[in-house]
Design a protein around this ligand. Structure first.
Ligand code: GLU
Length: 462
């Protein structure tokens, strides 16, 4: 799933959309596009390939308009070329979409039978066509969107604008995150709050099934049953600074070198520096009563979970079950109520892990989330969050997010072991002092690594 940015502002939207999309570039994508509203009609720019291609196109053929939507696409239906790039538009509706519309074939057939013509190979195109269909029956943009949403199946986030409607930008969230940015007389929409940082720090997060109508001066959020609901506005930790590589060769190189600092930051959250005692945030259950722990995660986070299993079992003597998130629900595990289910995710948005979390919640488990993004969906839905303090991780292969997960899980294991009476205070202090040494040791290893790299480069150039 890729990036969505929407702007209903006071200045030209296109440069701001591109600026927002740049902050989502790390997700990987194959094409990009934007649409603005100019004199009531859509002005579209789309390009296959990198965002710089779209930027060049916009420099070459500038686009005005203070209301607009933009997208970076990771093709699931239809090859990554210009005509399949989002936004997709009819004369009256333009849409950007992350995710998949599962029932697009049925909808496409129905709409084709009504005379609608399709120009792309995407699943997405049914969305503007369907909304257009409802607009033709005399519904307002909000009413037509609400009707269309009820027909869509799948996991997705949407950004929608309407011809002739300079004060309406609609967003919808189902299974894919969407955040609303609250500016001064301007409003923003993005699939990741990081994209909103250049414009505002005041952000609210849509919940599952929500959809939102943005106007210049505010937002009205409705839930899946179309009831108006309030979603709290929070101040994000993201700052407006561009996420840069500094002097490093690439993001992953920079992130590897950030490890001593972020491991230290993460430890500070859990370890008392003088006594060495570990403290977790207030828990809604007693640690000493925990008789088993289930861990669920994907990819690198799953590997962190595998390591944690050793620690929890050997230090605390508590049995651990671990699953890859995508399998957890399907094996229908019998789960006794009141257990502890621990979910690990860098972004806090991993769709399979989130689905597993919902399943565990239904089964009456205490939900613990180890996540790196404090405003993420998992952080909001968990009973308790054990944050990792790695900062934004841009590199796709996880480095600092993984090591800070390990640190957090080590602290959890020690706290559990202590509560279970499996660890003396002296042994806890000994192990937590060893943990406190990790940042310095990591810095030593990295300095050594850089010396070897320097030597290798000098030899190659000699
Ligand atoms: N399924 C849509 C497409 O293939 C959206 C993919 C995405 O999330 O970028 O166009």
């Amino acid at each position: 799933m890729c990036g969505i940015v929407g702007v209903i502002g006071a200045a030209d939207a296109a440069p701001r959309i591109i600026e927002g999309l740049k902050r989502l570039e790390y997700r990987g994508y194959d094409s990009a596009g934007l649409a603005t509203l100019v004199n009531g009609g859509f002005d579209l720019r789309r390009a296959a390939g990198k965002l710089s291609g779209l930027e060049e196109l916009v420099n070459h053929r500038p686009v005005s308009g203070a209301l607009g939507i933009g997208h970076t696409r990771w093709a699931t239906h239809g090859v990554p070329n210009e005509s399949n790039a989002h936004p997709h538009a009819t004369e009256r509706v333009a849409v950007v979409h992350n995710g998949i519309i599962e029932n697009f074939r049925i909808l496409r057939d129905e709409l084709a039978a009504e005379g609608h013509e399709f120009a792309t190979d995407t699943d997405t195109e049914v969305v503007p066509q369907l909304i257009h269909f409802f607009l033709k029956t005399g519904l307002t943009p909000a009413e037509a969107t609400a009707r269309a949403l009820k027909r869509l199946e799948g996991a997705f986030a949407l950004g929608i604008i309407f011809a002739g409607e300079h004060d309406v930008l609609i967003g919808a969230r189902r299974g894919a995150p969407l955040a609303v940015g609250h500016g001064e007389g301007e409003m923003f929409l993005a699939s990741d709050a990081m994209a909103l940082a250049p414009f505002t720090r005041r952000v609210s997060y849509l919940e599952e099934g929500d959809w939102v109508v943005l106007k210049h001066n505010g937002a009205t959020v409705c839930d899946a049953e179309d009831r108006v609901v309030e979603r709290e506005i929070k101040l994000t930790e993201h700052d407006g600074e561009a996420v840069g590589k500094e002097n490093y060769r690439h993001f992953m190189h920079k992130e590897i070198h950030e490890q001593p600092a972020v491991i230290g930051d993460t430890l500070n959250a859990y370890v008392n520096p003088t006594s060495g005692a570990i403290s977790l945030p207030d828990l809604p259950f007693a640690l000493e009563d925990v008789s088993r722990v289930s861990i669920t995660a994907c990819g690198t986070s799953y590997y962190a979970g595998l390591v944690a299993r050793y620690w929890i079992e050997s230090l605390a003597g508590v049995p651990v079950e671990i699953d890859v998130s995508s399998e957890f629900r399907y094996r229908m595990p019998p789960i006794a109520e009141g257990g502890v289910a621990l979910f690990i995710s860098q972004s806090g948005e991993t769709a399979d892990t989130l689905a597993a979390l919902h399943f565990a919640k239904e089964k009456g488990q205490h939900i613990v989330a180890v996540v790196n993004v404090p405003e993420s969906t998992m952080a909001r839905e968990a009973d308790i969050v054990l944050p990792t303090r790695a900062g934004p991780e841009i590199g796709v292969a996880s480095t600092k997010a993984f090591t800070t997960q390990l640190v957090t899980l080590a602290c959890f294991s020690l706290a559990l072991a202590r509560a279970k009476g499996a660890l003396s205070a002296a042994r806890e202090a000994e192990l937590s002092h060893a943990l406190a040494e990790v940042p310095a040791r990591a810095a030593d290893v990295l300095a050594h690594d850089e010396r070897i790299r320097g030597l290798a480069e000098a030899l190659t150039n000699a």
